[in-house]
Design a protein around this ligand. Sequence first.
Ligand code: GDP
Ligand code: MG
Length: 437
Amino acid sequence: LAEKMDQTVRKLRGTDKITEANIGGALKEVRRSMLDADVNLRVVDQLIADVRERAVGSQVVAGVEPGQQFIKIIYEELTRVMGKDAAPLARRAAGSGPTVVLLAGLQGAGKTTAAAKLALYVLLVACDVYRPAAVEQLQTLAGMIDVDVFTADLELGAVEIARRGLTAAEEGKYDTVIIDTAGRQVINDKLMRELRDVKAATRPDDTLLVVDAMTGQEAANLTRAFNDSVGITGAILTKLDGDTRGGAALSVQSVSGKPIKFVGTGEKVEKLEPFFPERMASRILGMGDVLTLVDKAEEAMDVKEAEALTKRMVENTFDFEDFLKQSKMISTMGSFGGLMKMLPGVGSISGQQMAQAEQKLKLATCLINSMTVAERRQPDLLGSGGAAASRLSRIARGSGRSVADAKTLVSDFQRMRTMMAKMSKKMMAEQGGGPGG
Ligand code: GDP
Ligand code: MG
């Protein structure tokens, strides 16, 4: 697919609009790639439709390759479904009893293994009362990592064992309880009823569906069934160490709207990792370099903007519009304080100074918003004389600030502009090159 994508990127070069015609082939490739990765057919078609709708007719951002923009859209749609960040286990508030995690899934999905893997300072409760030696398996795994297991007479049934396990945890001061349950080869009513009952009796904070990544397309139906009749809060995708591309991840999340919280990457107890949506998106698309392409696209946008601003600084033509753009860039990068901390040598600025600077930036933005376009482009219009004075008082009125505030902004701005021009010229001279060189 990576190769096909490269072709698309090249084909789209020079176009300023993404059309049905110039991405049709690429969309087909993406669709095939996702099906190869075992994403459920309905999920794939919905995704492709979403991508098409967003991409076709979209104007290409200046300085960005249209092909890159297209890939970015695909990628964004994938991560929209899978979520952006790793989702941790739910935690019950301190003092209100142990956190309870219930594991559900088909037989052989990897529930018991996942239970042991999840265990850190927890009590495992063995509720698979059917599978021969299920309890021993959990005990063996738990023994390897020195974790306690609660067991009781299997005749009591899963619900009663779960209830007693919980009581034992409360008395023993465990802070997390992980309940391993029985599975079936196929979904059936008895399994679902038992799960519902265990859930009602233990009121888990997390109910995780354990899905074998090899389940492929079936993962979608499986998820729907468990989510509808038991209700899940997330999932664990196991056996990702195999050669499956992991399309089940997309199906599970698309059908349930719930995050994958962990992935199993081997039989050993330490083989459990948080789920990283971005890595999964690349794996499903079968192209490791999607991320690099996306990064490049993003960089391109920033670089273009930054270059233009630098040029205007050097030429001393930096105006109020540029100022607004820059403060917007600052606010998208996080708080003013956060930005200052990243600058070397600015560590000594106090929280109070930081707050003042932020306040000043807000005031400036407010005043600039009340300026006419001409005034923003030609700050000198506000420099001196009677005309400037009447402009300043109009701006002050329009923004609900005082004339003195407006005056201060203009003189600060002019001082800053001169200083920036000087500084950037000096920097250019030191680097021995000119702008753009
Ligand atoms: P359960 O029936 O859902 O409790 O499934 P088990 O935990 O007993 O696992 C079934 C089989 O899958 C066992 O042989 C496990 O060792 C294996 N298994 C579980 N998780 C993984 C994994 O992430 N990778 C691999 N390769 N095998 C796994
Ligand atoms: Mg089991």
